[in-house]
Ligand binder design. Sequence first.
Ligand SMILES: [Zn+2]
Ligand SMILES: [Zn+2]
Ligand SMILES: [Zn+2]
Length: 88
Amino acid sequence: MCHTVIDGRYHTECGHFINMHSHVQDCLRPNCIFSGRHSHCVGCKSQSCIRLMSLPVKNPIRISPTTCGDCVAIKRTPTALMAATARP
Ligand SMILES: [Zn+2]
Ligand SMILES: [Zn+2]
Ligand SMILES: [Zn+2]
């Protein structure tokens, strides 16, 4: 089935992935409602058709050996870090 491919930047320092843009990878199956090859009309009611997308796939097009903007901001403001990690 089709899945979303998310292109983005991977920060090796903190392990975070920042989305830049995404597109749908077509599985080209005629029984998948997300595919351009889907053979039925828009309001497809066929039981055999796939109606779910696979989990998105992250595609790191850029690798940054740094921390991401969010982590830099958290480091600069220790109170924000405490608020984010505090559990009631
Ligand atoms: Zn598909
Ligand atoms: Zn269909
Ligand atoms: Zn980060």
